[in-house]
Write a protein that binds this ligand. Structure first.
Ligand code: HEC
Length: 153
């Protein structure tokens, strides 16, 4: 009986330490854009990546994105250099491989880290065009390591 009580006490102490730690982390002022809602992440892309969609997106990319992400998406735009911010290289297919289209849509619409939200500047359809555009910047890898993979991507 004594052992059980000791065990339970230990468990209670352990749990309260855990929850204290948790409330500490939630108190930290976190970015409002840090978490992408699951529903938003799962949202399928209703706009096909056609030449028309990419052409519509290019207009916005040039005005709103290229100064940070670079015209070709390598993350080396002038403003990014001025702000000394590190931006992923979208010409590398690995950069966005773990993102769903819904997540990319959400990040463009709501902003992310040092990136301002596109918000209402673009229509919903144009925001999806931008998702297609960002994906289209990835250059296929020439090395052998990729050649075994399905070519469906
Ligand atoms: C002020 C500079 C700035 C502008 C303008 C900007 N971005 Fe970003 N963007 C960033 C930064 C900083 C990040 C976060 C760092 C990273 O992900 O590499 C980011 C991240 C992203 C990501 C997510 C990458 C990831 O980590 O999954 C996408 C997609 C993206 N930007 C697309 C766009 C598009 C499309 C536009 C134009 C509508 C745009 N950005 C405009 C700075 C900018």
């Amino acid at each position: 009986m004594f052992r059980l009580t000791a065990l339970l006490t230990a468990a209670v102490v352990f749990l309260s330490v855990l929850s204290a730690q948790q409330s500490q982390t939630t108190q930290k002022p976190s970015s409002p854009y840090a978490a992408i809602p699951v529903d938003a992440a799962k949202q399928p892309n209703p706009v096909k990546s056609t030449p028309e969609s990419l052409a519509r997106a290019k207009k916005w990319w040039t005005i709103d994105c290229a100064m940070c992400h670079g015209a070709n998406g390598d993350g080396k735009g002038e403003l990014a250099k001025d702000m000394k911010i590190q931006i992923a290289d979208f010409t590398n297919p690995d950069s966005l491989k773990d993102r769903t289209d819904g997540e990319i849509f959400y990040l463009i619409k709501n902003g992310y880290q040092d990136m301002p939200p596109e918000g209402a500047r673009v229509k919903t359809e144009e925001n999806w065009d931008l998702v297609n555009y960002v994906r289209s910047l990835a250059k296929p890898k020439a090395n052998a390591e990729q050649s075994g993979q399905s070519s469906k991507n």
